[in-house]
Design a protein around this ligand. Structure first.
Ligand code: NIG
Ligand code: FE
Length: 397
């Protein structure tokens, strides 16, 4: 397939624009990209009518597999009850755990597909999905299997993270040690053996797990050869990011309360900062992540929906890009980097996120002129077509 008459935002070092571009695709990969005038000859060309091409978008932090609804907690929070208070009273994550445990794989897949479809309609071609609403071995494995199987039903690549250390399950309420033993000696090894997790995640926070508890889980992940990432510094500054950096974490996510020491630590370890403006918005947080310090230290910034029933029922990656700009001050260029090149980095994927020879041919085509148009509007979707693994899977060319 030879696509011509494109504006290409290659996302190599910023937008990396090619004004009148052509892209050659063979065997599911990009084999050539450059100015149309220099395109390889002898191929039938598809005229893309001057559309904008970007890498397929990557949502690098989601929790789309879950049962139940938390709409009532949204109402509660609006009357002044905090996220932490709801969690302490047995709601929050624990309420989603109850619902998720009671659902079959088919039910979980059916509801996850609806959420996934909303993201795919905006050009997503790779998604990360976490467990963490099962907390016992069988339900965690059920969630991860459902997540992996979603790619059989839709044109998308799924990357999974085991998030056993998300919350303390009710049956271990008085026995933190016991739960961590279960995670470290039974569930994580079983998940690893079944090849169900591409990474290990945890929630390091006052209402969840301490730095030392998280360290224990990470040590097991490391011994099993699985990379780590962390929900850190979302509500308070516990120093989780610094500890994650010691493990060479792929990413630290949320990080509203990250301090300079933490910024320096993740800069040294090459860890990506994943910004989650949806959770910030829904929790009506006041402290934005230290974007200026992260930029100064050269930390790659990624942006993700954090789609989950509690803190971020956000089903739109374009809206999330806009929120990253309006709420956190990212430029539209940084927001697009955040859902392409830097999102790939946050998942440890070297074969996507930029348009370049050798990369997977995952491409989104937009009815718009400038890449800055993607983060600019709210509630407007200019997606024209999607190519996944070299095949047109949405729209027409
Ligand atoms: O990314 N911070 C922890 N985990 C999720 C929220 C999960 C939930 O409330 O269900 C998050 O915000
Ligand atoms: Fe999350």
């Amino acid at each position: 397939m030879l696509l011509t008459n494109l504006k290409a935002a290659t996302m190599r070092d910023g937008y990396g624009l090619i004004a009148d571009a052509a892209i050659m695709i063979e065997g599911g990969r990009i084999t050539w990209i450059g100015p149309s005038a220099e395109a390889p000859s002898g191929h039938e060309a598809t005229d893309c009518q001057s559309r904008l091409a970007t890498p397929g978008l990557i949502d690098c932090h989601t929790h789309i597999v879950y049962g139940g609804s938390r709409a009532h907690e949204f109402e509660q929070r609006l009357t002044g009850v905090s996220y932490a208070e709801i969690a302490q009273a047995g709601g929050g994550i624990a309420s989603t755990v109850r619902a998720t445990r009671s659902q079959s794989k088919a039910d979980l897949a059916a509801s996850a597909l609806k959420r996934l479809d909303a993201l795919l309609a905006e050009g997503v071609t790779t998604i990360e999905i976490k467990s963490g609403y099962g907390l016992d071995r069988d339900t965690e494995m059920k969630m991860l299997k459902v997540a992996r199987e979603l790619s059989q039903w839709r044109p998308v690549d799924v990357v999974t993270s085991y998030l056993g250390a998300h919350a303390l399950p009710p049956e271990f309420k008085e026995n933190r040690q016991g739960y961590l033993d279960l995670v470290c000696t039974e569930v994580l090894p079983a998940v690893a053996k079944a090849g169900l997790a591409d990474a290990v995640d945890a929630f390091c926070e006052g209402i969840a797990f301490s730095v030392e508890e998280t360290r224990r889980v990470f040590a097991v992940a490391k011994s099993l050869g699985i990379p780590v990432k962390l929900h850190a510094e979302q509500l308070t500054n516990l120093g989780g990011s610094k500890m994650a950096a010691e493990f060479g974490a792929l990413s630290v996510d949320h990080i509203e309360y990250l301090d300079q020491e933490g910024v320096d630590a993740i800069a040294r370890s090459g860890t990506v900062a994943v910004l989650l403006p949806g959770a910030f918005y829904y929790l009506r947080e006041k402290q934005a992540p230290p974007v200026a310090a992260l930029r100064k230290a050269g930390v790659p910034l990624a942006v993700a929906t954090d789609l989950n029933p509690g803190t971020s029922p956000v089903h739109s990656i374009l809206t999330t890009m806009n929120m990253a700009s309006v709420l956190f001050g990212l430029t539209p260029e940084e927001a697009l980097m955040g859902v392409t090149a830097n999102a790939a980095l946050a998942l440890g994927l070297k074969d996507r996120g930029v348009l370049a020879p050798g990369m997977k041919a995952d491409i989104a085509l937009w009815n718009t002129e400038r890449p800055g148009d993607l983060a600019y509007p709210l509630g407007f979707n200019p997606l024209a077509a999607v190519i996944h693994k070299g095949e047109i899977v949405r729209g027409m060319l």
